[in-house]
Design a protein around this ligand. Structure first.
Ligand code: SF4
Ligand code: SF4
Ligand code: SF4
Length: 221
């Protein structure tokens, strides 16, 4: 699903693409519609639309649109890796509780070999984990304890003649802080954008560590 026109039916200066999310996909960790609504409210309250339209004297060009994609699990069906801004929901196991019976369901379910049963108890291997939350869902003993649901943030991906995979920033971003995250990202884009530059060109030019610093308060690990 995507929204590429604004309320008046004109081409929008941004697009938000969603995967199906938890409303209709069993892998979904979160309902993406409220998140989309929150992001669109932030953009509507910002000078972004007016800036993009005025920069071209009212002639809007689709490739100047800010492209955003949200995925409700690491499968990434909305292709957040090739958008200006991508968010991927993440549910990271923190530890396996004593309630674990060693049944092996988590090991059989995990496609990353990140949950292994050793000596009658599941052991989590965080270095291999994609934070899909499947082991949490299948555990009959509710023994897989997790960090709070968060979002991975990817910036600066694109297709075209020279495709680029987005850069993932470290850590996770909370759902509650996503509006602030987008306010901060728009502030950076509007401040740094040179005339005629597309969002992805701005992101490619900027130091990702500097952007990360400006978003720091939205991250929780
Ligand atoms: S990204 Fe995950 S939750 Fe979203 S549609 Fe694909 S498999 Fe389902
Ligand atoms: S599914 Fe749950 S109870 Fe079974 S081995 Fe994994 S953590 Fe332990
Ligand atoms: S969250 Fe997903 S990738 Fe990580 S251990 Fe569980 S099933 Fe495996």
């Amino acid at each position: 699903m995507s929204s590429e026109r604004n309320a008046s039916g004109r081409q929008s200066a941004y697009s938000v693409v969603l995967c199906r999310g938890m409303r209709s996909c069993s892998f979904g960790l979160v309902d993406l519609e409220p998140i989309r609504a929150a992001i669109e409210t932030v953009i509507a309250d910002s000078p972004w639309n007016a800036y993009v339209e005025s920069a071209r004297g009212g002639r809007f060009r689709p490739h100047e649109r800010l492209r955003i994609a949200l995925s409700a699990c690491p499968n990434g069906c909305s292709q957040p890796q090739i958008q200006d801004i991508g968010l991927i929901a993440a549910l990271r196991p923190r530890e396996v509780a004593a309630a674990c019976t060693g049944c092996g369901l988590c090991e059989a379910t995990c496609r990353e070999a990140a949950m292994l049963v050793e000596d009658g108890r599941a052991v989590h291997r965080p270095q291999a984990c994609l934070a899909c939350g499947e082991c949490v869902r299948v555990c009959p003993a509710h023994a897989v304890l997790c960090e709070p649901l968060g979002f991975r943030l990817l910036l600066g991906g694109r297709m075209g003649r020279h495709p680029v995979w987005a850069t993932e920033l470290p850590g996770l971003y909370t759902q509650e802080r996503i509006p602030q995250l987008f306010r901060d990202l728009l502030r950076v884009l509007l401040r740094e954008r040179r005339p005629g530059e597309r969002p992805r060109q701005v992101l490619a030019r900027l130091d990702i560590q500097q952007i990360e610093h400006e978003l720091g308060e939205c991250r929780y690990e």
